[in-house]
Ligand binder design. Structure first.
Ligand SMILES: [Zn+2]
Length: 276
């Protein structure tokens, strides 16, 4: 499943191919995605309008059109986007193709079809933070994501810090892998109750989360650099993890064997010496 860093890398990789381009037609094989694709609305809102901006919100990629409409793409479990010459043959699971004026195509491929592609008209897109992103917390790189924000939200609550930072209503985009890695680097036990954390520890954790995500984005950017004629079988990138999946291996800081337990049903890896 693509995590925030992958979505960010895909979004950045597509930018130079899509900004200021115009979509001239849309083809769809009618296979249902997680949310029904309204192809009539999509054509009405985006065809012949220039793409003026690409951005990421949570794990969605947003294509902003010159008329104010937005194409909102979620990759689900196995979704992928790439840029191809119009003549190059389609492959299995290519569901939607957007033809650009310059002869290229943006293609959406999705084996399991848990992704979604929605179109927001100009008037709908103004309120997208209150509609599509109503339950989404701030971005990890947003100035709203501060130690005070987390400290206040955590006050009196008894859940574990790992479940808390993985809750997208608290902050978006921190999946299981990045939660494990960030907590290890911040020296905080994943099962620690949030009400026991001090502002200073939240500060450390926030800084660490940003570092870990930025490192993953940098790794991804160097492995997935070419979005033109990208292999349709291109997988999501794998970075080297410090603790994730490494139970029994020596802790990189103190060499004690790393522990594994389940927290909120999710595999959790930590060092019982280095994390308090
Ligand atoms: Zn250790």
């Amino acid at each position: 499943m693509p995590e925030l860093p992958e979505v960010e890398v895909i979004q950045r990789g597509l930018q130079p191919h899509l900004i200021d381009q115009t979509i001239t037609e849309v083809a769809y094989n009618k296979k249902p995605l997680r949310i029904a694709v309204d192809i009539i609305k999509m054509r009405r809102e985006i065809v012949l309008n220039p793409i003026v901006e690409l951005r990421r919100r949570a794990k969605y990629i947003l294509l902003q059109m010159g008329n104010g409409a937005i194409l909102v793409i979620h990759l689900g479990m196995t979704g992928n986007l790439g840029i191809f010459a119009k003549e190059s043959p389609l492959v299995k699971h290519d569901h939607i193709q957007w033809t650009l004026k310059n002869g290229n195509q943006l293609r959406y491929n999705d084996v399991r079809r848990f992704g979604s592609i929605q179109t927001l008209s100009a008037s709908e897109s103004i309120n997208c933070e209150e509609t599509i992103f109503k339950t989404s917390g701030p971005e990890p790189f947003d100035e709203l994501f501060t130690a005070n924000y987390l400290y206040k939200l955590a006050k009196g609550r008894n859940i574990t810090v790992k479940q808390f930072i993985m809750n997208s209503q608290v902050v978006v985009g921190i999946g299981n892998i990045y939660a494990n890695e960030s907590l290890f680097r911040a020296g905080i036990r994943p099962d620690r109750p949030i009400k026991s954390l001090k502002v200073k520890q939240w500060t450390t954790l926030i800084e660490t989360i940003k570092k870990v995500l930025n490192h993953a984005i940098d790794c991804g950017g160097s492995t997935i650099s070419d979005f033109l004629n990208a292999s349709q079988e291109r997988g999501y990138f794998q970075m080297n993890f410090t603790v994730y999946g490494k139970e029994g291996s020596p802790c990189p800081k103190c060499t004690a064997p790393l522990q594994k337990s389940k927290i909120g049903g999710r595999a959790s890896f930590y060092c019982k010496n280095c994390q308090q």
